[in-house]
Design a protein around this ligand. Structure first.
Ligand SMILES: *[C@@H]1O[C@H](CO)[C@@H](O)[C@H](O)[C@H]1NC(C)=O
Ligand SMILES: *[C@@H]1O[C@H](CO)[C@@H](O)[C@H](O)[C@H]1NC(C)=O
Ligand SMILES: *[C@@H]1O[C@H](CO)[C@@H](O)[C@H](O)[C@H]1NC(C)=O
Length: 477
């Protein structure tokens, strides 16, 4: 039972300080392009592994408040209840008032992209054991920010501790949209979510004969060493804190920006702009590659304080497609910037990633991106650029296929992924899901009601309409 102490430690750490520090790191870590830099914290490394005394702040948890910035447990909690919204203003759209729905048999469902087969791999740890209620309850106690039960197409949420910014709000919103997109098709499930950046379910603790069954925890990313189950992150529905639109809107605007400048007119160097101060040695190393003659690269440090005062104009994603090569470097964990970089149609130079999110398994080296080594980083970037400039049409094609991949992963496909993940997961449950007593039913109105004016704008912009077609077909095992 070698995993037990680890669990206890990680739970303890979480509740002593990870809570707020995660807020900080999750904020600056996941997105290199658009976040404010609190330089006072920039020398603090991975606090998850430090002790409380090192931090020197009172970081006692307030695990009650469901959304960042609130401490009023009972009130905030009831705010997202379905019954609350009667006092709310009416939504400014009416798409979610469902007409009676039927799916059309035509066209026949299409095949899902082949990377959807990762779903089988992600759930393999439970394929023999199945998933029991005590396993879920234990996972909820040890790992969860919130627990979601879907029953008869109703969504119930048990809030356990706060997620940073509006991650939870947008993730739950995404689930409600899924239910609305496929009326009557979403299976009953009981799922445990964590919303912090780094995976925590260490594969080695559950390996070998007689090992315990790992807790099934949904998270936005995983690694080869972890068993966390990747789930589409909140930014697909928008990230209001940094002005990132819902994916559907953002993709179109980046694609438009990418069309404004032809490949041959793009700058022949590799480009990166972002925040190196996110406890990422990789990004620090990248700074030293800033030399167009020696390394063929231009690296820019984002000045977030300045950006925020000028309305993020120069960090607009759609105006960052004017380089032939764009570098992707992980930050504190996976970075949501990957999809925006790929969407540019430039040749994406991906520095050996450690983390994967649900769609990055669709990346194929030299097919839709160009791999760059972590060791000899600058040299590796230089080689990539020289190869591309010497084989311009191939490099352009790689960029185009990267963009095609992101076009294919439109929001409809994101829902299909969620759908299949939930279906496969539900088949592992050896009990009938039932909301725990402390869970509340949530619905779109109640979330809109809870959201502030700006969040509300983003949420309304990402409402899904019921699909006429069935989801795509999942590739077999
Ligand atoms: C997983 O746990 C093992 C044993 O405790 C440890 O050596 C290893 O570094 C851990 N892996 C990760 C990715 O944290
Ligand atoms: C990289 O070089 C350019 C041009 O010399 C400069 O403007 C920029 O600030 C440099 N970036 C960093 C991170 O030092
Ligand atoms: C073009 O690609 C070929 C095959 O990968 C490679 O051998 C060649 O060196 C490349 N050209 C340049 C100028 O890098």
């Amino acid at each position: 039972m070698g995993h037990k102490p680890h669990h206890r430690i990680s739970t303890q750490l979480r509740f002593s300080f990870v809570f707020k520090m995660n807020y900080f790191f999750a904020t600056i870590g996941t997105f290199s392009v658009l976040l404010l830099l609190f330089s006072a914290y920039s020398n603090i490394n991975d606090l998850r592994y430090r002790t409380k005394t090192v931090v020197g702040h009172n970081l006692e948890p307030t695990p009650w408040h469901p959304f960042f910035g609130r401490t009023d447990k009972p009130t905030a909690f009831s705010l997202i209840q379905c019954s609350y919204f009667n006092s709310c203003p009416k939504p400014t759209f009416s798409r979610f008032i469902k007409p009676s729905h039927s799916f059309s048999a035509n066209p026949l469902p299409s095949q899902c992209p082949s990377f959807f087969s990762s779903i089988h791999k992600d759930l393999a740890p439970w394929s023999q054991s199945g998933i029991s209620l005590p396993l879920i309850e234990n996972a909820a106690r040890q790992h969860a920010a919130f627990r979601v039960v879907i029953k008869d197409s109703k969504v119930y949420v048990d809030l356990l501790y706060a997620c940073v910014q509006s991650r939870m709000l947008f993730t739950i919103w995404g689930l409600l949209q899924l239910v609305q997109r496929y009326p009557g098709l979403v299976p009953d499930v009981d799922m445990v979510f964590d919303c912090m950046d780094r995976p925590l379910v260490n594969r080695t603790w559950y390996a070998g004969h007689g090992a315990a069954t790992p807790p099934p925890v949904f998270r936005y990313c995983t690694t080869k060493e972890h068993l966390d189950i990747p789930f589409p992150d909140w930014s697909f529905w928008g990230w209001p804190e940094v002005n990132i639109q819902p994916w559907e809107v953002e993709y179109k605007s980046i694609e438009k920006g990418s069309k404004a400048i032809k490949w041959k007119d793009r700058v022949k160097f590799a480009y990166w702009r972002g925040n190196p101060d996110v406890a990422s040695p990789l990004r620090v190393a990248l700074m030293s590659c800033n030399d167009t003659e020696k390394w063929q690269a231009q690296i820019f440090r984002q000045d977030w304080i300045k950006e925020s005062t000028v309305g993020y104009q120069s960090s607009k994603l759609s105006s960052q497609c004017n380089y032939r090569y764009k570098i992707y470097a992980e930050g504190f964990a996976w970075s949501v910037s990957l999809k925006y970089i790929l969407a540019c149609g430039s040749d994406t130079l991906i520095i050996e990633p450690q983390y994967e999110d649900f769609f990055s398994r669709g990346l194929i080296p030299k097919e839709n991106f160009w791999p760059v080594r972590q060791t000899d980083l600058c040299q590796s970037i230089k080689e990539a650029v020289e190869w591309g400039n010497g084989n311009s049409s191939e490099a352009e094609a790689i960029g185009r296929r990267g963009q095609d991949l992101m076009r294919d992963i439109n929001i409809d496909r994101v829902y299909d992924y969620m759908f299949h993940l939930l279906v496969e997961y539900s088949e592992l449950l050896d009990f009938k899901p039932k909301p725990p007593p402390s869970a509340q039913e949530v619905c779109m109105d109640s979330l809109l009601c809870f959201a502030d004016a700006r969040q509300r704008e983003f949420l309304e912009r990402s409402v899904a309409s019921p699909s006429k077609n069935y989801p795509c077909t999942l590739p077999p095992h």
